[in-house]
Design a binder for this molecule. Sequence first.
Ligand SMILES: Nc1ncnc2c1ncn2[C@@H]1O[C@H](COP(=O)(O)OP(=O)(O)OP(=O)(O)O)[C@@H](O)[C@H]1O
Ligand SMILES: [Mg+2]
Length: 561
Amino acid sequence: MALDSGLDLFNGARSRRPRVGVLTHGSLGQGVEMKLDPARPVETVRAGTFVVVEGERFDFFSLITDLKIEAANEAILLHPPGEDDELLRRVLQGSGTYATVALRPMLMLARDGDEREAPQPVRTVPAHFSAVSEATDDDVARVFGAEANDPKRYFAVGTPLGMEAPVCLDLHRFVERSNAVFGKTGTGKSFLTRLLLCGTIRTGRAVNLVFDMHNEYGFKAPQEAPDGAAAPFVPGLKQLFGPKVQIFSLDPESTRRRGASPDVEVHLYADQVEPEDVLPLRETLNLTATATESTYQLKKHFGERWLPALLRTEAAEIEHIAESTGTHPGSLSALKRKLDRLDGLPFFHLDASAGRRDVLDELLAALEGGKSVVFEFGRYNSLLVYLLVANVLTRRLRDHYERRHEVYERTQDEADRPPQLLITIEEAHKFLGPETARETPFGKIAREMRKFSVSLLIVDQRPSGIDEEVLSQIGTRIVAQLSDERDLNAVLVGTPAAGGLRQILAALDSRQQALAFGHAFPMPITIRTRSYDAAFFEAMAGSLPGERSAEAVRAETDALF
Ligand SMILES: Nc1ncnc2c1ncn2[C@@H]1O[C@H](COP(=O)(O)OP(=O)(O)OP(=O)(O)O)[C@@H](O)[C@H]1O
Ligand SMILES: [Mg+2]
C-alpha cells in the first residue's frame, strides 16, 4: 500500500501533461471510463480528442469516444437547483453531479522504457485512478513520427483536435496498400487528396495516375471562398511540381482555356475497348445484363474490332448481326444506342487513323520516368466517358504491371522493379460496386495488386456503394463527415474498435476535419486537415533533392491570381 502511493506521487511528479480526469472503470474489450475533473467544463471536451492515460507502468495513448453527465444521487436530479441558483449548481458540480468520459486506449508504451521504443498494441488496462491527461506535442511525434526525423517517409496531414502538433502519415506504408478518402460533399475530400498526392510526389514514394473527372488536380482548382480566403482558385499539382507532373487531356481546348497546355493530348480508339470495359457501365447506361453480355459474343465474332463493327452497323442491319452473333436483337440495339454517344466525340476514333499514338505508351513513358500523370477530362466528363476511359487505361496498365513484375520476380534486379504506382479515382463506387468489383481492373487492383506495386486511392462520398470485400482490403482510411447510416457502417468494415470510432465519426465538423486510421497511422486519430494554403505551397518547395525552388513555386502560384 505504502509502495503504491509512493509510486503515485512519483508518477504525479513526473507527469508534465495537463490533467483532465481520473480513471474509474473499464475493460480491455470495451475501453475505459474516467471521471472528468470538476474544473473542466464538460462542454469543452470533444469526442475524438487525443489523451494519455498514465498507468503505473504504461502510458496508454487513447481517444475520447463518448461523454455522459451523471449524478451521484437520484435525489439531486429530483430536486435540481433553481434557475437562479448558480451557487448550488456549482457546489454540486464534481461531487453530486459529474461527467464521465469513455476512452478507447489504442497503443501503450512502457513509462520507464527506452526513448526510441515504438508504442505497442494495447494488451492490458490501466489501473484504477490512473490520471488521464491531455496529450502533448511530444506524444504526437512519438506515436506518428515527425517530418524532421525522416522527411522522405513522414508527411504531415493535419493536427489533432485542439492541438498544433503535426500528425504525420507514414508514406511508405501508405503507398503499399489501397487507401480511401471518404466524406460527404464539401467536406474537403479533393483538397485532402491533393495534399496526399503532394506527399507522394514530393518524396518520390510513388508515381501517380489521377483520373481527374472534375479538372481540379492538374492546374488551378476552384475553391469555395471560405472565411477570408482572397482567391477563388488554388494552384494544382503542375504549379507545385512542374515537370514532375504531366497533364494528359481528353479535351486540350478546355485545358488551354484554363491557361495551360497539356503535355499529352489523349486519343482513344474503338478497338482498344474490351467487353469487360463496358461491363461496369451497365448501371450508368441503364443496360440489361443481356445487353452487356452480348459484347462478349460480338468479340467472339468480330475479334478486337467488335466495337467499331457495332457502331458502324446501321439500325436496319441489327437483326442480321444479332442472328450471326447469336445475340438478342433488342439488347444489341439498346447497347448500340447507348454506345453511339461515343461516336462523334473528338478524342474517340473508330478507325485506326494514320499517326495513331497509343496513350498507354505515353503514359508508361511518363510513369517509368518517375513522373505523375493527371488525366483531365475537360468537358467530356460524363460518367460514360469517365468510366470507360479509366477502365480501358487501367486494365491495360494493370496487364503491363503484371508482366513487368513477372520479369522482376525472375531477375530479382531492382532495375527491373516497376515504380510504385498509386491510381486515384473519384466517384469510386461507380467502379467498385458489388456487381462489378469482381470484373473491373480497379476491383482486381484493390484485391490483389499490392504484390505488383500498384495501389488505389479511392475518393468517394458514398462508401456504402463499394463492394465489402474491396472495403476490407483498404489499408488507410481518412474519413470526413458522413450522414448516412450505411456509409458510416461501410467505412468501418474490417476495423477493430469500430464502435468507439463510430461515435467519433458522428461528431466530426462538416469541413476540413477527419478521422484517420489504418495501415499508415499507428492508431486512429481525429485531425483538422492541413490547410492547402500559401504556407503549404512554400513547404512543398525547395528542401528535397530535385525540388523546385520556393521562388519558382511562388512565381507560378502568383501568376494564377
Ligand atoms: N485542407 C483544406 N485547405 C483549405 N481549404 C479546404 C481544405 N479542405 C476543405 N477546404 C475548403 O472546403 C471546400 C470544399 O472542399 P472540397 O472541394 O475538397 O470538397 P469535396 O469533399 O471534394 O466535395 P465534393 O464531394 O463536392 O467534391 C474547398 O473549396 C475549400 O474552400
Ligand atoms: Mg471533390
